[in-house]
Ligand binder design. Sequence first.
Ligand SMILES: [Zn+2]
Length: 390
Amino acid sequence: MVGGVFRWGLGAVLLASVAPFAFALSPPRPALEEIRHTSVPDYTRVIITLSAQADYNHFQVAADRAHDRPDRIVIDFSPTRLAPNLREPIPVHDGLLKRIRTGQFSPTTARVVLDLEQIESYTAFPLYSPYRLIIDVKGKSKETEVDQPSEQAEAPQPYRIMIDPGHGGRDPGAIGVGGLKEKTVVLAISKRLGKKLESRLPVKVLYTREKDVFVPLEERTAQANAMKADLFISIHANASENPHLQGVETYHLNNTDDRATIRLANFENGLQHLRQPPQVGSELSEIVSDMIHNDKLEGSVILAHVLQSSMMTQVTRRHTRARNLGVKKGPFYVLVGAEMPCVLAEVSFLTHRVQGQLLRSSAYREAIAEGLFQGIARFIKEELPRMESL
Ligand SMILES: [Zn+2]
């Protein structure tokens, strides 16, 4: 990211010194192409997508009453041009943001302004392929709840479990032996898990997808935050170039130096086609340390251990040699910014001769779903009440 300005700047100097017609060969600046947002009363996620990577800088500006300007968050991208379709302000009015404005601040800098109503805090972090900046804006949730007397009269809400079947639609995920697609297997396991949860526990089950559709990673987390999920379980099936590799592993969000995990995270983050995937780990450190600070990481680590152990118990009934690859940490986009304990389960290897075959069978899918169910049930019974009392 830091290299962006230097690279383009140098290119411009070189081209200018060659010949006038070289201007036409100058690579286009990244374009600010799309702005989307997900809103609930005390949480808004804004997603700004660019055609290529650019430097960004963000800061908060206090209201200027004299010029009738509200508090605002300003984000500058450089070198970046604003796509023509983004010149109109986007009205939001969700209690946190009034509107989102854009402008070509200078010939090289595109600016996005979030006009604020009232917020508590915000965080910003980039994701790649396509390059996008995510801005999570949080409100003063407790105050709004007090204002609504109906909330106090209601019985305690059942726990909400957000199940996230990996990939979908144009993203098949890993392809296993005999052409079995990860997106198909994990959706089937997710639905089995959801049915078990709803029939055997007093919980509400939510899905990031229930069909074969593409859902961007940052929207999955946004859904979990917006729906106030108590747990977020992302379900994947593993793949390796080594056909002998098999087993079950569960990840929680953290940075890592482990090369195999970085390779896996690049794949799950949709970066596998890039020749030089970005160092996702370094970008996440601020978010991760924020999560540690909020005791959210601890819940995720415990959840990962509980799920890993219960999956192993069930999976080894169908595949006695299944290896316990353990609980690991990894920089998975789909877990970044989640407000609840969240894990990513790699339930078995599609690329292994035995596990790849077993993943086709309903008995094996059932075993994995039962393992996940047992783990979630235990976590809800033993860990969530303890965490809430902290
Ligand atoms: Zn996956």
